[in-house]
Structures are given as C-alpha cells and as structure tokens.
Ligand binder design. Structure first.
Ligand SMILES: C[S@@+](CC[C@H](N)C(=O)[O-])C[C@H]1O[C@@H](n2cnc3c(N)ncnc32)[C@H](O)[C@@H]1O
Length: 254
C-alpha cells in the first residue's frame, strides 16, 4: 500500500495511501474546483434561489437554498462537468442532480434514495427537467448504465459490508467518473467534531436516525476498488468554511 504521486495540490492515488500520508491533506477547496467558469456564472445567475423556488414547502426550500449556496461540494462538482447522465445515489431531495441539470453540467439525472418523502419532493421539483427519482436501497439496488456517479454524504450511513458491495457494483458498472464526498475518520479534530455532529443528527432523527449506520471508512478503503480497476483517483478536502472532515474523492477512467 503506497501513494504513488502528487500533482499540484491534489493527491493522486493509484493505490491506497497509508494513514501517515493521508492526514496532511490540508489542501485548498479550490483543489477540486472552487467556483470557476460555468460554476461561478451559475451562482451569479442566482442558482440557489432558482432551484429552491422549485421545491414544495418552506423547510425544503430553505434547506435547498442553504445547501446550494454554502456546501463546498456544489461548486466542486459543478466545476468538474460536463457529467452527462448523472446517477445520484442517496440523492436526498435531489438538489445536486437538479443543480447540474439547471446549469447544463449534466444532460440527464437518475436519483435513488431510501426515503420516499425526499424522493417525492425531488420528483416534484424536477418538473420538466430530464430527471427521474426512485426509492431504492443502495445496499442492494442495481447500478444502471450512466456517465457519472455521485455519492454525497451517504456512504457512512451504510454498514461497512454494504459499502464494499456498493462500491463493487459501481466499479462493475464502469461509469466514466465517480464523485464521492466522504467523511474522513482520520482527519484529527475535524473527525472528532464530525462524529459528535453525526451522533446528534441521528439522535434528532436526521436521515435514517438511529437506524442509519455511522461507519466512515478510511479514505484509502474507498479509493482502493477504483484504483484497482484502473481509475485515476484524486482526493482533496471538501470542507471549506466548515469544521467538518469531508473530502472529495474523484475517480475517472483514463
Ligand atoms: C446526508 S443525506 C445526503 C443527501 C444528498 N446526497 C445531499 O447531498 O443532499 C444522506 C442520504 O442518504 C440516504 N440513505 C441512507 N442510507 C441509504 C440506503 N441504504 N439506500 C438509499 N439511500 C440511503 C438518506 O435517506 C439520505 O437522504
């Protein structure tokens, strides 16, 4: 197990990095693309407001507006487009997929989540956009053909064996690109803060509440199946402006 090289500020992984090489990943959010080009224009054009207005109910509108305006994963994913047909796994209310469609960074979206209420909100907000949202359990669902797989803040909620099986099914589907926003359990004080926050979220009933796992994997275990399948893998912090231990894993077929 060893890291095989660095390019600029982004860690390039073709085999899992040992823990002592992963910890200093103190890189600027810009490493995987802060607002730039099309992404910056989308924000200038009022994307958070435009997208929020599609949702039914004040809570969903406020949630979506805040997520799109402040989550550092949004500009990072937008700037990595075009994404073609996006498969948004654990899509929640679908705001990632819809943001990509509204900005032209994706041409079609499919979203799966286990929460039927969120899926209903997502499908209603999609309106005329080429998006289909469906209730599915990622522990067992098939991965349909797509260009880009998104997994944002989902993996840690699935028990480890289910995570391995899911990553294996994604690799087998051979998408061109995979973007995973993951909780890095080795990120020092950020990880301690993240664990505390996730426990409180579960106690308060967030997402699956106490039914959901809290099983963040070492980042090297997430990148390993992609590197082994010949994907080029990059890992960079995705915590800009927050105390969270979030990293963005980008795997692309050469
Ligand atoms: C923190 S939310 C992230 C939602 C979305 N990706 C986003 O960025 O807004 C995690 C989502 O994963 C979903 N989830 C958790 N376990 C799941 C499973 N086994 N199958 C499908 N969805 C799951 C939850 O219902 C929740 O909507």
């Amino acid at each position: 197990m060893r890291g095989v090289g660095y390019k600029g500020d982004v860690v390039i992984v073709s085999q899992p990095l040992p823990a002592d090489r992963r910890e200093p990943l103190n890189l600027p959010a810009a490493a995987l693309g802060a607002p730039a080009g099309a992404a910056a224009m989308a924000f200038a054009a009022g994307l958070p407001e435009r997208l929020a207005a599609r949702y039914r109910g004040r809570f969903a509108r406020n949630f979506v507006r805040g997520k799109i305006a402040r989550d550092p994963a949004v500009p990072a994913v937008l700037a990595r487009g075009p994404h073609g047909h996006v498969l948004d796994l654990g899509c929640g209310r679908g705001q990632f997929s819809l943001a990509l469609l509204l900005t032209g960074a994706a041409d079609r979206a499919t979203g799966y989540d286990i929460d039927a209420a969120k899926i209903a909100l997502a499908q209603q907000a999609a309106g005329e956009l080429p998006a289909r949202f469906a209730v599915a359990d990622l522990a067992e669902t098939e991965i349909p053909p797509c260009d880009t797989v998104l997994l944002v803040d989902v993996l840690l909620q699935i028990p480890p064996a289910g995570q391995d099986a899911l990553l294996g099914r994604i690799v087998a589907a051979r998408p061109r690109r995979v973007l995973i926003r993951a909780f890095d359990p080795d990120a020092g004080w950020r990880a301690a803060f993240g664990f505390a926050m996730e426990r409180v979220r579960r106690l308060l009933g967030g997402d699956l509440g106490l039914r959901g796992a809290l099983a963040p994997r070492p980042v090297a275990e997430i990148t390993q199946p992609f590197a082994a399948a010949g994907y080029r893998v990059e890992v960079a912090p995705c915590w800009s402006g927050t105390p969270l231990p979030n990293v963005l894993v980008l795997a692309e077929r050469p």
